[in-house]
Each structure stands twice: as structure tokens, then as C-alpha cells.
Design a protein around this ligand. Structure first.
Ligand code: GMT
Length: 394
């Protein structure tokens, strides 16, 4: 007998950012698998598709005159409790601990006994590595984690950092991120034409441009790639690129850097990319590298945080030490000069993405986790708590 579908509440940051993208994709995949998914946030997540069994519940934030800072946590918790009650949610799955995990616990304490949903908290990165160190946040994050019914992290690196920085004594399950590429609507040629690439190779960077992405280092590396005329750096920016325009001019990169801001049809650009370039100084996973891998595009990246779990250097991409513009530039040059090797790394990257970080591998792990915390039977043919393949790295 097939077990009943689940009713899952998901809260994430709806703005451009890996945690919101992952949460949206997960919600869409869960709905496709027959579950009912309720997104609760201040805005509809930007990559959340419309479709059956996907609902969005906006949280209204009021700026009362008395408040110097508007409060989001309380109205979020009230909305979480309301949706949990009205839709008999089994699980509240919060992405990024602050303030979502605290709001979920508060919501549960507003619910009558026997009707409280289980709380699953997924840590994505700076909720541990930055806020976890902050004495104004750390104790509240630790408390929320200790009180969650399950904790997951998107990499083993982030699990270890969470144990180290927050001294959490609960088990933490590593469930890596996944990406399910959509079908590009335009051809590779049409996109290359739009970008004005001519015969140049396309070096791709996609990020929200936050300080940790080290756009300064990225541009410095691009300025050292020789010969210059063989490539263009295409930056898919989740935020305004204007603050970096002067650096582009100063480094003599005008005409070599093409920027597209707030792109939603990312697949169109990914299919056209030859090499990814990432200069981050901290990254729990780096979803953008995985997105490129799915299109057979190998990346040159700094070997920081969880990135070595995503890319095996020399096999499915190239990793170089952090803060080293020369090493990044040499890495890109080596792949531009050797299309055969570039293609081999790209194919290996695509295989690795499919085998370890695809929706078919990762989503069943979340389903199994939900059923486990809810003490519901697993689908027949699978052992309880072990649904889905455990990734080699899991
Ligand atoms: O933690 C953050 O800085 C925000 C977050 C986001 O929403 O973009 O990024 C993190 O989560 C992504 C999805 O799991 C990961 O791919 C990013 O590596 C991670 N960022 C950091 O760890 C700095």
C-alpha cells in the first residue's frame, strides 16, 4: 500500500540566493511527487513555478511607528501556525535558520498538542558560518537547532562547522543540494549572439555578488587571462553590478565583461557556457557550480568550504587555493587552450551532478526524513529512513 502524501510547509528567503532557489526547487519537486506544499514567506520565491499542489501564503509585515526595526519573526510565526492549522501540516521545513527556525518553533508552541507539525531546519551557510559566530544570534540559533525535530546541512563542511561553532549535540544529516535543469527556450547560438560573443569562449560567473563572492578577485583573475581576445566573462548577477563597473574599466576589461542582472531563464546561459569561474572566499556548497556542471560546463574555483564536495579537482573541474587571482587565471587558460580536456572535465561534471546531486537522488532523502520525523511508514520497497540512494559523500 502506498503511504499518504505529506503536507509540507516551506519557509525560505524568496529573494535571489541559493537557499531560496533550493527551497523552491524542492517544493516544486515534492508537489510533482504528489505532496501538498505550502510556501510561507514575505514574497513569492522568485523561481517558484506555479502548478498543482503548490500554494503561497504571504506574510504581512507592518511597520508600527513604535518599532525602530520592523519585526518579521512574529508575523511569520503567526502565519506558520495559521497555515499549519488550516492545512494540517505534517512538517514545517525551514531553509536558513534565522529567523525561520525560531519562528517555526514559536508557531508550534501556539498549536494544540497533537496538531503540532514537525520542524525540519536546513542550514545553508552564513546562518552558521557568520551568524553562528555572532553573540547576538548564536545562542538563539543553537536553541532553535536543539529544538528542531531534524537538522540538515547542505554539505559535510557545513555540518562540521555547525558542530564546531554552535556545539550542537543533536545529529545533523548532510543532504547535498540538487539541481534539475529546465529546457532552454532559445538555442545556444541565439544566446551567444545576444551576448555578442563572436568567436570568443564564454567564461561564466553567476552569483548574488555579495562580498564573499570576491568579485574583486574574479575581475582581477579575468584581467590576467591571456590572450584576452579568446574569451568574454559573462556575469549573471543576482544584484546590481553597478558598484563593480569602475573595476571593470580600471582593469581594462571593458568589452570583455558582459553582465545580465536578475536572470530567471538561467538554463539558456548555462547551455552556452564553456568554463565557470568562481572566486568565493567561503561557500557551503555553491549551487552555481552545480548548475554549470549539469550543462557539462566545468568550473575553475577556489577550493573553499563545501566546494571540494561538489567538484573533484582535475576530474570534474579545477580547484585552486583561495585568494589567488593568478591560479584562477591559469586554470581558465588551461581549459580554454585544451578543448578536449575541457570537454572531458565537462562530461565528468555532468555525470557527477547526475549521480550525486540530481532531484532523483536528493528529493527522496528529504521525503524519507519527513516520514521519519513524522513516524509515518516509508513507501513499500524501501526501508524506513533509508529511502533514496545515499550519495557517496552523504
Ligand atoms: O548562506 C548564505 O550566504 C546565503 C545562501 C543563499 O541564500 O544564497 O547561500 C548559501 O546557500 C547556498 C544554497 O545552499 C549555497 O550554495 C551557498 O554556498 C551558501 N553560501 C555560503 O555558504 C556563503
Amino acid at each position: 500500500m502506498n503511504p499518504r502524501p505529506l503536507r509540507i510547509g516551506i519557509t525560505c528567503y524568496p529573494s535571489v540566493g541559493g537557499s531560496g532557489i533550493l527551497a523552491s526547487e524542492l517544493g516544486a519537486e515534492l508537489a510533482r511527487r504528489g505532496h501538498e506544499v505550502h510556501f510561507i514567506s514575505y514574497e513569492r520565491p522568485f523561481r517558484l513555478p506555479t502548478g498543482p499542489r503548490v500554494f503561497f501564503h504571504p506574510v504581512q509585515v507592518n511597520g508600527y511607528g513604535l518599532f525602530k526595526y520592523p519585526d518579521y519573526t512574529l508575523p511569520l510565526s503567526v502565519k506558520m501556525a495559521e497555515v499549519s492549522r488550516d492545512h494540517s501540516l505534517d512538517v514545517l521545513h525551514v531553509h536558513y535558520a534565522v529567523p525561520h527556525a525560531t519562528a517555526a518553533l514559536l508557531a508550534c508552541s501556539m498549536m494544540p498538542l497533537g496538531r503540532k507539525p514537525k520542524v525540519v531546519t536546513t542550514l545553508h551557510g552564513t546562518d552558521t558560518t557568520l551568524l553562528g559566530r555572532d553573540p547576538g544570534y548564536g545562542p538563539a540559533i543553537r536553541h532553535a537547532l536543539e529544538c528542531s525535530d531534524a537538522i540538515t546541512t547542505v554539505s559535510a563542511f557545513l555540518r562540521d562547522e555547525t558542530l564546531r561553532l554552535l556545539s550542537v549535540i543533536r545529529p545533523i544529516e548532510v543532504i547535498h543540494n540538487f539541481f534539475k535543469p529546465g529546457r532552454p527556450r532559445r538555442s545556444r547560438l541565439a544566446v551567444r549572439r545576444e551576448l555578442g560573443l563572436g568567436r570568443a569562449a564564454m567564461v561564466l560567473h553567476a552569483s548574488n555578488l555579495r562580498p564573499g563572492k570576491r568579485i574583486d578577485l574574479l575581475l582581477a583573475a579575468a584581467a590576467r587571462i591571456r590572450p584576452r581576445q579568446v574569451f568574454k566573462l559573462v556575469i549573471l548577477a543576482g544584484d546590481s553590478f553597478a558598484p563593480f563597473a569602475a573595476d571593470v574599466r580600471r582593469l581594462g576589461l571593458t568589452g570583455r565583461v558582459v553582465v545580465r542582472e536578475k536572470v530567471t531563464d538561467i538554463e539558456e546561459y548555462l547551455q552556452a557556457a564553456d568554463v565557470g569561474l568562481f572566486a568565493s572566499d567561503s561557500e557551503s556548497f555553491c549551487l552555481s557550480i552545480l548548475e554549470a556542471m549539469c550543462f557539462g560546463c566545468p568550473s575553475v574555483s577556489t577550493a573553499v568550504g563545501g566546494i571540494p564536495e561538489v567538484v573533484v579537482s582535475g576530474e570534474s573541474g579545477l580547484l585552486v587555493p583561495p585568494d589567488d587571482a593568478d591560479a584562477l587565471a591559469r586554470g581558465v587558460e588551461s581549459l580554454l587552450q585544451d578543448p578536449v580536456r575541457r570537454n572531458e572535465l565537462g562530461q565528468a561534471a555532468r555525470r557527477r551532478a547526475r549521480e550525486l546531486f540530481s532531484a532523483d537522488v536528493i528529493v527522496p532523502r528529504y521525503e524519507a526524513l519527513y516520514r521519519r520525523v513524522c513516524e509515518l511508514p516509508a513507501p513499500s520497497g524501501r526501508k524506513r529512513g533509508s529511502a533514496g540512494r545515499k550519495g557517496r559523500l552523504g
